[in-house]
Write a protein that binds this ligand. Structure first.
Ligand code: FMN
Ligand code: FE2
Ligand code: FE2
Length: 382
């Protein structure tokens, strides 16, 4: 799976339930780490704290009797950096190669920034290993400030840190665009500008393969993944599907959502409805970014909006959701307020176009509601 002198020493985490404290990963997660065996030996990143022994065993097996010269730390998030102290204890001759910002963060985790055993590198600096020459590329906020990618100028491999990663253990999944999207939108989505800056740098170099810190190595599928990254980083939709995110207590809002979905489908467009109380929000979030139109349907709740909808819209806005069409459906038996509250949440979002047609249910579904529903479907599909 890797070039002959580049070895994979990462691990699969099949016990993990949620990644980064919030993303369910039913197929587990991989923490990738690589060794470049050259005249000098470089190890790229470590793994999560639960797997340091396994990682160290793999490293030793690959090294045989040799000793590593460099530990390149591309990203200080603990799922990759937890093994730093163990590595440095095990190999007292080795030095860390990383950005200054990473060394600052390192001090916070390990009470040392290895001041006498380090090489501080910045964008454009190179490190020769013999056959391989590595060059470093700053990628601030993809998705922490200290991130530095490594480009192997010899074999044209981009070691991409958390960029181009995905959920899922390597033993369970290959490239899966849905999981790459859910990973990107959830973890990196807020930083589209910074990802665009990185894509620009990547466009200027020849890349034969991408070796990320999560998920599979990307070779033949790189153009496909890059095309998606361009859309995601630019906050552009991938299609004109209509996503309907809803909450319902007694089922009336759910019922009008089903009716709207079938009206939209009968007009030749795809409509997918998600119950926000029963679907993980990272899935709905990624769907909202994938599609051009989003309908939000919520019950009024204590003069506000239902909790699952409230937190979903907060998540959308926090991830920089923009440049989309949004439609609103509310339900309230005595004083419906959900529509107003939902709309107000997008106050500071850019490029949100609200549908002219909205729908207010006062409990059940009235004949006016049916008319409004058809008008809304017409407007969505026009
Ligand atoms: C806990 C709770 C709080 C509610 N608060 C309000 C409210 O502040 N204003 C209002 O008009 N309706 C309120 N309602 C009524 C619901 O909006 C109403 O029952 C609606 O029809 C529910 O739609 P559903 O059938 O899709 O669940 C509340 C309902 C519940 C269960
Ligand atoms: Fe990260
Ligand atoms: Fe990561």
């Amino acid at each position: 799976m890797t070039m002959a002198d580049i070895k994979y020493i990462g691990v699969d985490d099949l016990d993990i339930d949620i990644f980064e404290g919030q993303y369910p990963v039913k197929d587990g997660m991989s923490y990738n780490s690589y060794v470049i065996l050259d005249e000098k030996i470089a190890v790229l990143d470590t793994v999560d704290g639960s797997f340091i022994d396994e990682w160290m065993d793999k490293l030793k097996a690959v090294l045989d009797t040799r000793k590593p010269n460099y530990l390149i730390v591309q990203h200080m998030e603990p799922d990759h950096s937890a093994g730093i102290a163990r590595f440095m204890d095990e190999y007292p001759e080795a030095v860390i190669v990383s950005s200054m910002m990473a060394f600052n963060i390192m001090k916070g985790y390990f009470n040392t920034d290895y001041a006498d055993r380090r090489i501080i590198s910045k964008e454009g600096d190179t490190l020769s290993l013999g056959r391989h020459t590595l060059s470093f590329i700053a990628a601030p906020m993809v998705h922490w400030p200290e991130v530095m990618l490594t480009y192997d100028t010899t074999d044209k491999i981009l070691f991409s840190a958390d960029a181009f990663g995905q959920f899922g253990a390597l033993s369970r999944t290959g490239l899966n665009i849905d999981e790459a999207r859910r990973y990107y939108i959830g973890i990196v989505g807020k930083f589209g500008l910074q990802v665009e800056a990185l894509l620009k740098k990547a466009a200027g170099i020849e890349i034969k393969a991408v070796y990320p810190l999560h998920g599979p190595i990307i070779t033949d599928e790189l153009p496909l993944l890059l095309d998606h990254y361009k859309l995601w980083a630019g906050y552009e939709s991938e299609c004109d599907d209509c996503i309907i995110a809803y909450t319902s207590v007694y089922g009336h809002t759910a019922q009008i959502v089903r009716m709207l979905a079938s009206e939209i489908e009968s007009r030749g467009r795809r409509a997918l409805a998600y119950d926000l109380a029963r679907t993980d929000h990272s899935i709905v979030l990624a769907e909202a970014f994938r599609a051009g139109t989003l309908i939000l349907a919520s019950t009024t709740y204590n003069t506000g909006v239902f909790p699952a909808m409230r937190s979903f819209i907060d998540t959308l806005v926090e991830h920089g959701y923009k440049n989309r069409t949004v439609g609103i459906i509310e339900n309230g038996s005595w004083a419906p307020t959900a529509a107003k509250v939902m709309k107000a949440k997008f106050e500071n979002s850019q490029g949100i176009r609200f549908l002219e047609n909205s729908i207010t249910l006062k409990g059940g579904i009235s004949s006016e509601n049916i008319e409004a529903l058809k008008a809304m479907a017409d407007e969505i599909c026009s």
